[in-house]
Ligand binder design. Structure first.
Ligand SMILES: *Cc1c(COP(=O)(O)O)cnc(C)c1O
Length: 456
């Protein structure tokens, strides 16, 4: 049997408002052709992000009722702490309201002017929190990780030679930590091999620099190790996760990804000195160390989510259903970033729409048409997002992609088949798609609020 069935039944449902193309033409026009400004109720399939959009299980909803809301020393904190420590056995586990709060606290402690923090590829909030302290974030992903059409099993790997050369160039004293993001979100959700984590740790050990993991999609990364790396086929996901973190000295985590909840995060680390400083900052901005920025019920839901996310049946369904979407788009002749990553499919809009120049935003044009044609909301990751330069001029981005991020346990195969059909139909008429122009934009982060219109 080849059909991948969802390894769950549905107990509670949310209606999807079915709209017509004529209605969607009105809605998107009112939103000035910016999908971020569209009300979510007007979307049929929402692929804007996989962050905080997971369905919780019946067990997690049960955990919510068990939450103990005591200000200090709540049993829910201990349940959370034990669930995290079971997979990521760090000495100090500090809850935060989401991933960027953990980053803010960590880099406030270890960042600052003159410091450099290497990573395979920094996520945008990670980079922003590093730079806010005056430090510099540096991306050292392997060359293969930058070529969208190239097949490689671990395109998230860090370039070990460049890492060591970088440490020697900048000086050990200026590098407070080395980071690895698993999976590499900004690089297409591509995994990092165990061998690469181990070798990164060897370099860190040689220079006495701690290794921190940006752990958001740790379980998806572990599944890729199990299925793609020699020697792991018979190791349980839980043991692969434990080995991954055995090489690290700490981690930051957004529970909105692989903890299967809608809000939450943590900072975990071994250093007593850093943990002390982090807890002081935590009290200032997040809350008392046994709840961080969260309610007791959130801590309970995370604890249960961590038990569920390492299930092999769940991860098999998760990764294979993402691959299913990617493979069918490829079969339909639609160019995507390869191989398919864990949490999203990235369409190469520049390659798909060669008649639309990068400065006429092929990614935005495709994203608008996906909404008009089928009510699908996706996210442009290209010249709209990265093209505006600090001096106000514009430059084409390295790539013009459209990301289809897939919420966890939310959509069924028939939803995905609908998306495949819609994109196949759009591809057949792609020459009719028009370029877009920006009619208004803010000075920064323009993709969230800019207004667009079609070029005639
Ligand atoms: C989402 C994400 C973050 C930030 O987490 P938030 O919970 O959104 O603040 C950091 N790193 C990576 C790799 C992420 O995907």
């Amino acid at each position: 049997m080849i059909t991948i069935i969802e390894p769950f039944r549905i107990k509670a449902v949310e209606p999807i408002l079915m709209t017509t193309r004529a209605e969607r033409e009105e809605f998107i026009k009112e939103a000035n052709y910016n999908l971020f400004k569209l009300d979510s109720e007007k979307v049929i399939i929402d692929f804007l992000t996989d962050s905080g959009t997971s369905s919780m299980s019946a067990r997690q909803w049960g955990s919510i009722m068990q939450g103990d809301e005591s200000y200090a020393g709540s049993p829910s904190y201990y349940r959370f702490k034990n669930a995290v420590a079971n997979l990521m056995p760090f000495k100090h586990i500090i809850p935060t309201h989401q991933g960027r709060a953990a980053e803010k606290i960590l880099f406030s402690v270890i960042g600052g002017k003159g410091k450099f923090i290497p990573n395979n590829t920094h996520f945008d909030t990670t980079r922003a929190n590093i730079e806010y302290t005056g430090a510099v974030g540096v991306d050292l992903v392997i060359e293969e990780g930058k070529n969208p059409a190239l097949e490689h099993p671990f395109k998230g790997n860090i370039n070990l030679e460049r890492l060591e050369a970088f440490i020697n160039e900048k000086g050990v004293e200026n590098i407070p930590v080395v980071m690895l993001t698993v999976t590499n979100n900004s690089g297409g959700g591509q995994p990092v091999a165990m061998e690469n984590i181990r070798a990164t740790k060897e370099i860190c050990k040689k220079y006495n620099i701690p290794l921190f993991i940006d752990a958001c999609r740790f379980a998806e990364n572990a599944y890729f190790i199990k299925t793609r790396e020699q020697g792991y086929a018979n190791v349980t996901i839980e043991n692969i996760v434990k080995e991954m973190f055995s090489y690290a000295d700490g981690c930051t985590m957004s529970a909105k990804k692989d903890a299967l909840v809608n809000i939450g995060g943590w900072l975990a680390l071994n250093s007593d000195v850093w943990a002390q400083q982090a807890r002081n900052l935590l009290i200032l901005t997040e809350g008392f160390p046994t709840y961080g920025g969260l309610a007791g019920r959130d801590l309970e839901a995370i604890a249960t989510g961590l038990e569920e996310v390492v299930s092999e049946d769940y991860l098999h369904y998760r990764i294979v259903s993402t691959q299913y979407l990617g493979n069918h788009l490829l079969k339909a002749g639609i160019p995507i970033v390869r191989p398919t990553g864990g949490h999203a499919i990235y369409i190469d809009a520049r390659a798909m729409l060669p008649h639309i120049k990068p400065l006429q935003y092929p990614g935005q044009s495709l994203a608008i048409e996906m909404y008009l044609h089928a009510g699908i909301r996706a996210c442009e990751i290209g010249t709209v997002m990265f093209g505006l330069q600090p001096d106000g001029t514009e430059k084409e981005a390295a790539m013009d992609l459209v990301r289809l991020a897939i919420p966890r346990r939310v959509y069924t195969q028939s939803h995905i088949d609908y998306v495949i059909e819609a994109l196949t139909e759009i591809n057949a008429n792609k020459n009719k798609l028009k370029g877009v122009k920006i009619t208004w934009q803010p000075e920064q982060l323009r993709h969230f609020t800019a207004n667009f219109d079609f070029i005639d």
